[in-house]
Design a protein around this ligand. Structure first.
Ligand SMILES: [Fe+2]
Length: 178
C-alpha cells in the first residue's frame, strides 16, 4: 500500500521550495526514469519514483560573482546528504512508513559518487536505479538543473505518474494472488 502519493509530496511547500532550486523538470524526468527502471528490475515503483523526485532536494547553488561555479560545486557539494535528510523529514511529516522513508533517504544519499570513499561499493537495486535515473537526465555543465517546465504541466505529469504507480502496485498484488 501507499502511505503518501507523489502528488502529496510534490505540492508540499517544502518540496516546492527545494525542487525549484534544483529544477522541477529534472526532478520529474528523474522520477519517470526511476519508474521505468523500477519496472524493468522488479523494484518497488512507489519508493523509486519518490526517491527520483526528491533526489536533488538538498541542492545548493554555488555562485561566484553571480555565475554558477561548477568547480566550487564539484569540490564542496554535499547535496545528497542534505537531500536525504530533507526528504526523510518531509516524508515522515506527510505520514510515510518509517521503513519506506529510510529506504528512500538512503537511495538519495547514495545517488552520487562525489563524496564516497574510493573502492568497490555495492548498491542495493533501489539505490542503483536512482543513480541511473539521475544520470540518464544529466546534461553537460549541470544544465539539466535549469530546464524549465510549466507549473500546470508539472502537476499533471506528477498525477499521471501517481496513476502509473498505483496501477503497477495493483498489478503486483493481483500477480501475488493468481
Ligand atoms: Fe540530479
Amino acid at each position: 500500500m501507499r502511505y503518501v502519493t507523489l502528488t502529496d509530496v510534490f505540492v508540499h511547500p517544502v518540496a516546492q521550495k527545494y525542487l525549484k532550486r534544483s529544477g522541477i523538470a529534472h526532478a520529474i524526468a528523474t522520477a519517470y526514469n526511476a519508474y521505468r527502471l523500477a519496472i524493468q528490475h522488479g523494484v518497488n515503483a512507489d519508493l523509486a519514483t519518490k526517491a527520483g523526485l526528491l533526489h536533488d532536494m538538498g541542492h545548493y547553488e554555488w555562485y561566484s560573482n553571480g555565475t554558477w561555479d561548477y568547480e566550487q560545486y564539484k569540490q564542496n557539494d554535499i547535496h545528497a546528504i542534505k537531500g536525504a535528510e530533507r526528504a526523510h523529514k518531509l516524508l515522515i511529516r506527510l505520514g510515510e512508513h518509517p521503513q519506506n522513508a529510510k529506504e528512500i533517504a538512503l537511495a538519495i544519499l547514495l545517488h552520487t559518487d562525489s563524496y564516497l570513499p574510493e573502492g568497490e561499493f555495492k548498491r542495493k537495486p533501489l539505490q542503483t536505479i536512482i543513480k541511473l535515473a539521475d544520470e540518464a537526465d544529466e546534461e553537460p555543465g549541470g544544465k539539466h538543473h535549469y530546464r524549465q517546465i510549466d507549473d500546470a504541466l508539472a502537476l499533471k505529469k506528477i498525477k499521471q505518474l501517481d496513476e502509473l504507480v498505483n496501477r503497477q502496485l495493483q498489478k503486483e498484488r493481483l500477480d501475488d494472488i493468481i
